[in-house]
Design a protein around this ligand. Sequence first.
Ligand code: ATP
Ligand code: MG
Ligand code: MG
Ligand code: MG
Length: 562
Amino acid sequence: MRYTEYLLPTLKETPADAEVVSHRLMLRAGLIRKVAAGIYNYLPLGLRSLRKVEQIVREEMNRAGAHELLMPMVVPAELWQESGRWQQYGRELLRFKDRKEADFCLGPTHEEVITDIVRHEVRSYRQLPLNLYQIQTKFRDEIRPRFGLMRGREFIMKDAYSFDLDDAGADAAYERMYQAYRRIFQRCGLNFRAVEADTGNIGGSSSHEFMVLAESGEDAIVSCDSCEYAANVEKAELRAPATDEPTPTEGLKKVLTPARKSVEEVAAFLNTSPQKLVKTLIVQTDKGETLAVLLRGDRELNDIKLCRLLDCAWVEMAGEEVVLKATGAPSGFAGPVGLKLRILADREVQGLADFITGANEKDAHFTGVNLGRDFAVEAFADLRKAVAGDACPRCEGRLQIWRGIEVGHVFKLGTKYSEALNAVVLDDQGRERVLVMGCYGIGIGRTLASAIEQNHDADGIIWPLPIAPFEVLVVMLNPNDAEVKAAAEQLYAELLGEGVEVLLDDRDERPGAKFKDADLLGIPLRVTVGARGLKDGQVELKERAGGAVAMPAVVKAAEDIA
Ligand code: ATP
Ligand code: MG
Ligand code: MG
Ligand code: MG
């Protein structure tokens, strides 16, 4: 590829609204451009890397015996009504009507669609085991899209679904996917950990998340310093912090009392319906105080009520903030009208007795509350204090705590969807059996962003070779010098002939600007062709990561021209 013929708009300035390094570098290196909140263009260079991640995923899925297909992004409501998720999923599900007033949604995940395929096309146990996957655009109307590709609203996911006759088969399918995931993230050059994960409202069966270790991660995980145990704090059984120790999260401790209430009870107490319990939020006041709140309101109207532990107030959603409109009975939220509360984290209320916190009555605290999951993930310092040094549940070791980015998730689904949609096959006795399912997701763009979080320096990206957009950058220092031009062109042609992926910087720019861009783009190997070097019979080879040059084809081609 010739730079002069390519679309590669690099930026010198750090984009103002990019909070994490991968987002900043993806914008600066011309990989992506924002179209709307959480919705991005993948520019040519970004797409090349994205395709490489996809290809690694594809190869490992195929190797594990999964088969690729492609499902639609637009899904009719009927399928989601059959599974019950049309009602339950909350506002991350983007619903709309077609011209005939029929309901549709943009698929945030495809359990229903795949189960529909299998119930129609698979009749006999002889067709099992079956594992089908796709690499496809998903849409989730995330309340707080941020960090570029890390938490988009439109994003590319690999989602796989396994179908087996019995639990033993499903366990084997899960294990194959687990091992495939390990290989995928190893091949992407990531430092990651597989951790036990919460199974949420599906319950019972097991689940692991693949976490890339990074301080910018939105998840918190614990691991034992002396055995294999590692878990998302959502799942880990953690010791609650001592209740007499004053911390900024004072109010949260009250939630950790054993009092229990179901969503229905909470709703009745608040004189509302369970459907109107919308979200649990973690918000921060202007004083930096972190609070857990429960939002309730009509999903369609901008009419949301905020309930703190002992207080109650009317608030209005305003972008990434909620604004206090009026304080309410009985005790009143301790803040002036107009007070802005920044939203740090949110979680959809699932319609079950999970995730519910907050009340306006003393000690009326709720079920399913988990320190890590509901509160402390954002208040990480508090969590670290609460957890560090805790005893491991598996051995005599001590727990350590990390931040992580969830790049992949494997999940034993059991028969939740196959039962709801009646996906059955006949076994060898001719009896009907409900299929046992698993689902397995990988965020393609999030994986790419995570790789940058772990591989960069002050000057730019340092791509791991397997997912680099190009392998080699040839810098033609002065395209107006006939000798330099000829040598660089020859090198370029030779490398292309060898099948090396090479970008030729043939721009008429100052060397300083070219080197700055080279560091920003982070292509693993830079070959610089300049007049001075050529005089001495030399071109310069430089690994972006530092260290020895490990590409024999490039070394040979460089010797040929020098
Ligand atoms: P999170 O906890 O970060 O919201 P999730 O648990 O909702 O993610 P899954 O339903 O497990 O996500 O989806 C599978 C994978 O898809 C995730 O492991 C992640 O890599 C990716 N993913 C999920 N949501 C997003 C998003 N908004 N933007 C980019 N990738 C995402
Ligand atoms: Mg999510
Ligand atoms: Mg998650
Ligand atoms: Mg997940």
